[in-house]
Design a protein. Structure first.
Length: 546
């Protein structure tokens, strides 16, 4: 474990301001004058990740390297079946030729509408081999109208699926061709070599996938993720999590979730073995070396049955300090952060139980993080503000939504020629250059006229004995509601923990203890369902008082 842990760590930058080394604006450029000389230097030294060249220029180049190097090595396992790198290469070549015959070319999009399977991997690689991008959706989870919307907005001419899911995929006659991967991947009539020529040749700036938001707050938006974006995190440390031949990587997340690309593309382009889960997350977690998931999923696992894990990484939602401390005792543990628009994660650093605080780490290689005020000016080190992410992690904007792209993506004033993205996360720098995370801007609410940080209330609840997980929601303009787990956690003790550590207006009106907090299909806490539960509980209590 120690060897792998050391591989996943990366060297910190020297204290010389990066501006002096790379021709960036001087520390006295507009927007920085208000900072002290020390904070101007720390703006650069804290905010810039190391400069590293990814091992491969495209995800396909990484896979092809290992397919040639170790054709007999197992690329993936799924419910008792497996496929080698050589067989996966061959099957995806055959499917790629069929896609080419259907007119799929570089720059186009193919819908990948299926469920976890070995065929899923064949589909992903085949799409890349014709230079196209794939738009993944989990059939059975995604609503039918959502599948239609995605096919229309991506202008996908071909939809890939499984024969068992054929009737569930809404292909429009005359507009989309439906191909069942399992029916053609072993077809000997299809060529064994991948299509060649400029129409199919991938470039780093080409889109690799179109990832759609869950759509819980409206119409799903497609984020355009390039090969350069992905290689920057998956082919540098620490984002590669030490993935290499001989190691096993769990695949437990929904294929439509950006973190699933961390599992799938990370494993296949670094020569590892991908272990695709069936119904049981725990069964998979107990037999892999590297595990990637949300804190909500990790919290359901038995730590004592997972001690073979060498590296664990969580992202997607706030992580309880106790959870991070427990896992960091026996493996290299990353509490990371980054929205889909900044390519899976853009901050990382190993956590230790000895640290004064649980942070989300430092900027990953070739990336930047700025803590800015409402006027987009840098804030003093230690002051809380909005996190803007820049560098090679920044994706190519939203598909067919220029207004939203212009709102969230901006030219980087501190790094001319680059873009930055408003993550809408609240953060602050520690004195040693790591980032504290204070939740989403949306989680900074007003209760009875006072500003309340919902994540701060949840952390206070988790500090109570017996409470391992908590979430707090705004119920109305005067009331907060909270949910804690496990069911044995004491709501009164948890409420008192908030009252002892925070002003009175932070104390929840209702605290409910549940065996587990419900999760969305993407593995995050299902806040909509919890609000419905709160409404039902409050209505019931009102009836009992009558």
């Amino acid at each position: 474990m120690q060897d792998l842990a050391s591989e996943t760590r990366f060297q910190r930058r020297d204290p010389i301001p990066l501006a002096l080394k790379t021709g960036l604006p001087s520390p006295l450029s507009p927007g920085l004058q208000a900072l002290s000389p020390l904070d101007r230097d720390r703006f650069y030294s804290f905010g810039w990740g190391t400069t590293e060249k990814p091992r491969f220029a495209t995800i396909l180049a990484g896979f092809s390297h290992y397919a040639a190097l170790q054709p007999d090595a197992v690329a993936a396992e799924y419910q008792g079946s497996s496929i080698t790198y050589g067989a996966l290469d061959l099957a995806s070549n055959r499917l790629a030729n069929l896609l080419a015959d259907q007119g799929v070319r570089r720059g186009q999009v193919v819908g990948l509408y299926l469920q976890r399977s070995l065929e899923m991997l064949v589909g992903i690689l085949a799409v890349m081999k014709v230079g196209a991008a794939y738009a993944p959706q989990h059939v059975g989870v995604a609503p039918t109208e959502g599948l239609r919307h995605i096919a229309r907005i991506t202008r996908a001419r071909v939809l890939l699926t499984l024969s068992s899911l054929r009737e569930a995929v809404p292909a429009e006659a005359g507009k989309q061709t439906l191909i069942c991967i399992d029916e053609v991947m072993d077809d000997p009539s299809l060529p064994d070599t991948a299509p060649e020529g400029p129409r199919f040749t991938l470039h780093p700036e080409d889109r690799a996938m179109i990832l759609f938001t869950s759509g819980t707050t409206g119409v799903p938006n497609g984020v355009q993720v390039t090969h350069k974006n992905l290689c920057n995190i998956l082919h540098t440390r620490p984002g590669n999590l030490g993935m290499r031949p001989g190691l096993r990587v769990g695949q437990i997340l929904s294929i439509a979730f950006d973190m699933a690309a961390w599992e799938v593309l990370g494993a296949l382009s670094n020569g590892a073995t991908l272990v695709i889960r069936g119904k049981s997350i725990a069964e998979t977690a107990e037999k892999v070396d590297i595990l990637i998931c949300t804190p909500s999923i990790l919290n359901t696992l038995d730590v004592d049955r997972c001690r073979q894990i060498r590296v664990a990484a969580v992202a997607g939602e706030p992580c309880p300090r106790g959870l991070a401390d427990r896992w960091s005792q026996f493996c290299t543990f990353y509490n990371s952060c980054g929205p889909t628009e900044t390519t899976i994660i853009n901050t990382a650093e190993p956590h230790s139980a000895h640290k004064a605080a649980l942070t989300i780490g430092r900027p990953t290689p070739n990336n930047t993080v700025y803590i800015l005020g409402e006027d987009l000016n840098p804030l003093p080190i230690g002051e809380k503000g909005q996190m803007w992410a820049g560098g090679d992690c920044v994706t190519a904007g939203y598909l067919a939504n220029p207004d939203l792209t212009a709102e969230r993506y901006r030219p980087d004033p501190f790094r001319p020629g680059h873009m930055m993205f408003n993550t809408r996360d609240l953060g602050a720098w520690t004195e040693d250059g790591e980032l504290l995370h204070f939740g989403r801007v949306d989680d900074l609410v007003k209760i009875a006229g006072f500003r309340v940080e919902l994540d701060g209330v949840s952390r206070a609840l988790e500090a109570a004995g017996g409470c391992t997980r908590a979430v707090t929601l705004k119920y109305d303009d005067r009331n907060l509601v909270s949910f804690i787990s496990p069911a044995t956690a004491d709501p009164e003790q948890a409420t008192q923990s908030v009252a002892d550590s925070l002003p009175y207006y932070n104390v929840p009106t209702l605290v409910m203890a549940l065996p587990e907090l419900p999760r969305t299909p993407r593995g995050k806490i299902d806040k909509r369902l919890l609000l419905e539960m709160a409404k039902a509980e409050i209505a019931l209590r009102a009836l009992e008082l009558k």
